[in-house]
Design a binder for this molecule. Structure first.
Ligand code: GAP
Length: 449
């Protein structure tokens, strides 16, 4: 059965080196986590799959890697300085501070203060003088620097509308109550696409991206049964959005947002433009007295228009959590024992293949095993490891738990007959195959999605 409790996932992540609490030796820092040797592979595989599906599979999507430290004007005109806040209350009894909708049951209503707005952006000093006048924000979403680079990308590529700009990177939010492991943290990564379309073509493009994004999550091993779509009601929509569909996932702690797909209208490009009156904007924007550019393009007739934006925005950490949750199984074996197995999609597995010599101290076997490892590694499918524990059973148990799709054992027959034993993680089936067949078998198994 799949993991039901967050505790099981947290324990596996710590035990096997996926995710650690940040600065644990100093007692940690709330809402921050570090990704260990397996976690970083899983995260990279997920991000690479997203990048491929966006940038490589679509000729009209370009990539970007913009700065994290953000000029305050960007976040003034985006609306973040005024509206990116959560209501916060203090409990006079326990002395703790909570987001208004996340007060624990044991705090009594009469002990709570009136809610106050708390801005979630982190601010930091820029340059050598710390007098509060020279500051920047750590970006709260990757999106804004995509908008401020809209003209740069448009002018330096041969794109025309519709086209998109994709970015993966860190975002920072001073969450009042970070919780549920890596679900709500203060430093996380987003995978965001801003897709620019002509006004009037936005509703169709929005529907299309919702479908594409659901399909993509299905291909990462997050099935329809675990997803719910939430059509965000008008009174809950962000200030820039005309319509937002959230892809909600059944996390171990409850059904919550995995990705949001918003129709941001012409708000963003409009709000970052100068002389907005010339632009016939449909959205309400703050008058911009600082921008030196009109983020608009010409239509066939030569008239300027501001594109609408469709934005699929997904969290990497939430993706990792959903994928771990979906792939975690505890199985009863025929011998009465149990095994934990991570049936993660092979293209996402942190380790693709483990090559294990049967005898730890047999020079010839070890030498051949190293050679086989190097040959498989050169296929560039991801990390392949040579594991000289001398205990095949223990290695199989470990690789089941960390989701390695294939283990290859090199034994005496490998020396005499040029064969190896290949074991499949999910079926536990073991097959003897020729070494020269390995590349094809492995490539077929670890297909890139
Ligand atoms: N640019 C739009 C935007 O940032 P959002 O709904 O605030 O929209 C998008 O965030 C995604 O980022 C969410 O669906 C979630 O996956 C992820 N995310 C947001 N806040 C997070 C947090 N504190 N910890 C982890 N992931 C978060």
């Amino acid at each position: 059965m799949a993991a039901k409790k967050m505790d099981e996932l947290v324990s596996l992540c710590k035990r096997r080196g996926f995710i650690y609490q940040s600065a644990e030796i100093y007692g940690g820092l709330q809402g921050l986590y570090d990704f260990g040797p397996l976690g970083v592979e899983l995260k990279n595989n997920l991000k690479n799959t997203w990048w491929k599906s966006m940038v490589y599979d679509n000729d009209n999507i370009e990539g970007l890697d913009a700065s994290i430290l953000t000029n305050p004007s960007v976040l003034k005109y985006s609306g973040h300085e005024d509206t990116f806040s959560d209501p916060m209350v203090d409990c006079k009894s326990c002395g703790l501070r909570f987001r208004e909708d996340q007060v624990p049951e044991n705090c009594k209503k009469e002990d709570l203060t009136e809610p106050r707005q708390f801005n979630l952006m982190f601010k930091t000093n820029v340059g050598p003088i710390d007098d509060g006048t020279s500051y920047a924000y750590l970006r709260p979403e990757t999106a804004q620097q995509i908008f401020t680079n809209f003209k740069n990308v448009y002018d330096t590529t041969s794109q025309s509308i519709p086209f998109g700009i994709a970015q993966i990177g860190k975002a920072f939010r001073n969450e009042i109550t970070p919780r549920n492991f890596i679900f709500r943290v203060r430093e996380f990564e987003q995978m965001e696409l801003e897709y620019f379309v002509k006004p009037g073509e936005d509703d169709n493009a929005h529907d299309t991206w919702v479908q594409k994004r659901i399909e993509w999550w299905n291909n990462q091993g997050v099935p329809m049964e675990s997803i719910e779509l939430y059509d965000v009601p008008t009174d809950e929509l962000a200030h820039y959005s005309k319509k937002t569909i959230d892809i909600m996932y059944k996390f171990p702690h409850g059904v919550e947002e995995l990705e949001g797909i918003a129709n941001r209208t012409d708000f963003d490009l409009g709000s970052h433009s100068k002389r907005q009156k010339d632009l016939n904007l449909s959205s309400q924007v703050m008058k911009n007295t600082d921008s030196n550019s009109k983020l608009a393009v010409k239509d066939e007739g030569g008239d300027l228009f501001v594109p609408y934006v469709i934005e699929p925005s997904a969290g990497v950490e939430r993706g990792v959590l959903a994928i771990l949750n979906e792939s975690y199984f505890e199985e009863d074996l025929d011998n009465g024992k149990k095994r934990i197995v991570l049936k993660i999609k092979p293209h996402l597995s942190p380790i693709k293949v483990a090559v294990i010599p049967l005898k730890k101290n047999n020079e010839e076997i070890v030498k051949l095993a190293k050679h086989v490892k190097e040959t498989i590694q050169s296929l560039n499918l991801g990390r392949v490891i040579f594991e000289n524990t001398g205990n095949i059973g223990k290695s199989y148990r470990k690789h089941d738990e960390i989701g390695t799709p294939l283990c290859i054992t090199i034994d005496f027959d490998s020396l005499d007959k040029n064969t190896v034993t290949i074991r499949d993680r999910d079926s536990m089936e073991q097959k003897i195959v020729k070494i020269e067949e390995l590349n094809t078998i492995i490539k077929d198994k670890i297909n890139l999605n």
